[in-house]
Design a protein around this ligand. Structure first.
Ligand SMILES: *Cc1c(COP(=O)(O)O)cnc(C)c1O
Length: 494
């Protein structure tokens, strides 16, 4: 399997042919500023699906990822994946979640053919070390990086931006790993106390926290600017783990398959029963993996994109207009990991929507990168959106509180604010012919303040994370400045 850039200039200067998986693993953007995607999506047949249904999470991950990663010896890849997806690593779920299941499916309402109910379920993706779905991909990335760097005798310095959950997931995946430093930018005072504590309390020498006096998008812009300084990037071996990293998107494809199998178990023998997924979205990484699973042939009938008040993506799917907001227009909400107004992975979907016309992507993103919008409403591409199964909706603070309350009262299940956005929008777009699977993107313990506001009580917290807010913290606070970040990197690495 080889990879192409959404902006078209792959193969690039360093490679005589299009790059392979390990060649793009450690980098971020393609040299032309685009994002990598496979040359073509591997296709999964119905009989393969039937076989995959019986696999453990780790072996399913090996089956799926083996299609995208063809330049690591299969035995090595399988060992690495089995070491990643263990019940020990993914053991932080609710106390009543089944032990040993990496991504348990929790039915809120079972499908009922007699009454014509399609069923409503939550796919638990937040049982990893940092209690958010980011661990699903990031733990694999940590092990892939370690493997590839050791093979090559190389080092890497990861520069990333987080709105809350990517940073901690990356730091927990990379802490103590030889040959890796992490420089993680976060928006100063925008994350929950628990999120701050998770990141800033890490004392590992290879972990560096930088808080930027701005929004997530400012932090992300700094990362892009540093990465676009090719001399600096080469000199300090800068790599990325933010959601544009292809390996992360690929790893996320796996749980769409797993969720599909869990939700359709017993619904008939054929592998043509469709399901819907509702995905709380920010940077479009999670739902992009769902799009890819669907392109591979997984019977996904509907991909429901849910936003919070930062509704740039909802607006696009309703109107065909993509209008990234400025920092001042970005709301700080109670689902902060979705406070994103420029969705970096969205370019991957648009590339497919445009029939993989890289020249047109280049034109559209010339507008986006200049802070302007684009409008596809009058083009045939907008009319093609239903072919891609996308629908969307948004959710507000009041909706989140209401959904958290109602879910707790009706089903006895406590959900976090982001999952509440997904459940709110997913519930509105349910249909009788297919189960609606809401992706749980974090545990309520991460967003205690809003849970208390909604329910008047604190969420349960895994034993190892009691009192984390009281630990000493290590973080450097800076203004929105590319140079300040470069100076910190220079100082640390000499
Ligand atoms: C990252 C994150 C999201 C948004 O996911 P994207 O892949 O950026 O769309 C939603 N909820 C939580 C809790 C997250 O951490």
């Amino acid at each position: 399997m080889r990879y192409v850039s959404t902006r078209g200039s792959s193969p690039d200067a360093q490679h005589s042919s299009a790059p392979t998986f390990t060649e793009i693993l450690l980098g971020g953007l393609a040299p032309d500023g685009g994002l990598y995607l496979p040359e073509s999506y591997p296709q999964v047949t119905a009989s393969e699906l039937a076989q995959w249904r019986r696999l453990s999470y780790a072996d399913l991950a090996f089956a799926v990822l083996g299609r995208f990663i063809t330049d690591i010896p299969p035995a090595d890849l399988q060992a690495l994946i089995r070491r990643t997806y263990t019940p020990q690593v993914y053991s932080n779920g609710r106390s009543d979640s089944p032990a040993g299941d990496i991504t348990p499916l929790r039915w809120l309402e079972r499908p009922n053919a007699a009454s014509g109910e399609g069923g409503l379920a939550i796919l638990e993706l937040s049982n990893g070390p940092t209690l958010a779905f980011k661990d699903m991909a990031m733990q694999l990335l940590g092990n892939l990086f370690e493997y590839v760097l050791a093979k090559r005798g190389e080092q890497i310095n990861i520069l990333g931006a987080t709105s809350g959950d990517t940073g901690s997931a990356a730091e927990y995946a990379m802490r103590g790993k030889a040959g890796v430093h992490v420089f993680m930018l976060s928006p100063h005072q925008r994350m929950s106390a628990f999120q701050r504590a998770q990141m800033y309390s890490l004392q590992d020498d290879n972990i560096h926290n930088i808080a930027v006096r701005g929004m997530f998008d400012d932090a992300q812009d700094i990362v892009k600017a540093v990465s676009n300084d090719h001399a600096f990037k080469a000199r300090y071996k800068i790599g990325a783990v933010n959601s544009i990293n292809w390996a992360r998107v690929a790893a996320q494809v796996v749980y769409y398959f797993k969720g599909y199998f869990a939700a359709t178990e017993g619904l008939g023998d054929s592998e043509d029963q469709q399901v819907a997924f509702a995905v709380p979205s920010g940077n479009f990484g999670n739902i992009c993996a769902g799009h890819i699973a669907r392109m591979m042939g997984l019977p996904i009938g509907r991909l429901v994109l849910a936003t919070n008040e930062n509704d740039v993506l909802d607006e696009f799917f309703r109107s065909g207009v993509y209008r990234p907001r400025a920092t001042g227009e970005t709301h700080a909400t109670s689902s902060p990991s979705m406070d994103i107004s420029k969705a970096s992975n969205f370019e991957r979907f648009v590339f497919d929507l445009l029939g993989r016309d890289a020249a047109m992507v280049r034109k559209l993103w010339a507008e986006v990168d200049a802070g302007r919008s684009f409008d596809l409403s009058a083009t045939p591409f907008f009319a093609r959106l239903p072919e891609f199964a996308f629908v969307s909706g948004n959710s507000t603070h009041a909706d989140r509180l209401q959904t958290i309350r109602q879910t707790f009262a009706t089903y006895g299940v406590m959900i976090d604010t982001h999952t509440a956005d997904g459940l709110k929008v997913g519930s509105e777009l349910r249909s009788a012919d297919m189960p609606m699977i809401v992706l749980e993107t974090a545990l309520p313990a991460k967003f205690e303040e809003t849970i208390v506001e909604a329910l008047g009580r604190k969420p349960e917290r895994p034993a190892g994370l009691q009192g984390i807010e009281d630990l000493p913290q290590r973080v450097e606070v800076i203004d929105v400045s590319v140079d300040a970040v470069k100076q910190i990197i220079e100082r640390q690495l000499g």
